[in-house]
Design a protein around this ligand. Structure first.
Ligand SMILES: Nc1ncnc2c1ncn2[C@@H]1O[C@H](COP(=O)(O)OP(=O)(O)OP(=O)(O)O)[C@@H](O)[C@H]1O
Ligand SMILES: [Mg+2]
Length: 306
């Protein structure tokens, strides 16, 4: 049985702008036209996700990933096409977006439960479990605005999984947690999947997507470029990226290769390299952060035992 079914779904955003075409029009302030520009965020997408599947969504910045999640969670409706959802969807798009900074963890967990329509007793029984899972017992009474990003994510994730959703929708959220929390959330993913939950996961971390997901959807400019077996789709994406790495990016490649050689004594593999270049190009990561990331890797800690 399918948990999610999209049929010919398109999403078009209209943006209004004042537009003058020529310099003359601009200078004489004549012919000021109110025009509206259309952005096709999703273009005729059809795909279905079976119950219990974990599906990754990958693609360039602006390719439509978040929009697709918003359609699935019904935060926004499609301009065209049909969607069908079987089960309770928990959107986890923006981390703890409902959390109030002034409130402490316990009050935020309570409020979240109320919003989701849980009974008071149910909520109270979850509080301890959320604090334990997120390892925030010691910080339970501190307003969450004083939390670090990682602590905030842990609380948001622990809260979201407590309501036992049928379908869990995640938009690249766990990357901010530290290594031990990433491991833990990875385990949670596996057990949620084992319990027959459906998971849709947007991420730029291709090696993680490949490890975790049964299937992958590749979006390109709002179109579904490929949907199928993770390995195949990811390798197709890498080919696309590689052909888009141009001469201007060679210095990034060289710099990363140098870090790998000095710190790990080897060249980076293609997956790692493409991951880094993509993140640096999109401004999600600075080249200066790369050594720090390598330092946090298992491989590095094995090479340098203390
Ligand atoms: N509310 C909105 N109004 C107008 N345009 C939007 C809106 N939301 C998204 N878009 C546009 O739709 C396109 C797809 O955006 P979307 O956020 O889905 O991309 P994405 O794949 O999630 O990108 P990223 O990797 O940067 O998170 C982009 O061109 C974006 O500018
Ligand atoms: Mg996005």
């Amino acid at each position: 049985m399918n948990a999610i079914e999209l049929t010919n779904v398109s999403k078009i955003y209209k943006i209004r702008s004042d537009k003058r075409d020529s310099i003359y029009e601009h200078m004489s302030k004549i012919n000021k036209r109110r025009s509206s520009k259309e952005i096709v965020a999703l273009d005729d997408i059809s795909l279905s996700v079976k119950m219990g599947e974990m599906v990754g969504i990958i693609g360039h910045n602006g390719s439509g990933k978040t929009t697709l999640l918003k359609i699935i969670t019904q935060i926004t409706s499609p301009t065209k096409g049909k969607i069908l959802i079987n089960g309770r969807v928990i959107p986890f798009l923006q981390l703890g977006s409902g959390f109030q900074g002034e409130f402490n963890a316990i009050d935020n967990i309570r409020m979240h439960g109320v919003i989701l329509g849980l009974k008071k007793k149910e909520i109270e029984s979850k509080i301890e479990e959320v604090l334990r899972y997120s390892e925030l017992e010691r910080f339970a009474y501190i307003p969450v605005k004083h939390y670090s990003t990682g602590m905030f994510v842990r609380l948001a994730f622990a809260t979201a999984i407590q309501v036992e959703p049928d379908i869990l929708v995640l938009d690249e959220v766990l990357a901010v947690g530290d290594l031990s929390f990433q491991k833990k959330s990875y385990q949670t993913f596996l057990s949620l999947r084992g319990n027959g939950k459906t998971i849709v996961y947007v991420s730029h971390n291709l090696s993680e997507v490949e490890k975790l997901c049964d299937k992958v959807a590749l979006l390109n400019d709002g179109r579904l470029e490929a949907f199928g077996e993770s390995k195949e789709v990811i390798s197709k994406y890498k080919d696309i990226i590689e052909s888009s790495i141009n001469d201007k990016d060679i210095w990034i490649v060289e710099k990363i290769t140098e870090f790998y050689k000095t710190m790990l004594g080897r060249e980076p593999d293609k997956a790692g390299l493409v991951d880094f270049v993509l993140k640096i190009k999109s401004g999600k990561l600075a080249i200066e952060d790369v050594p720090e990331i390598i330092k946090n890797s298992q491989e590095y800690s094995e090479k340098t035992p203390f």
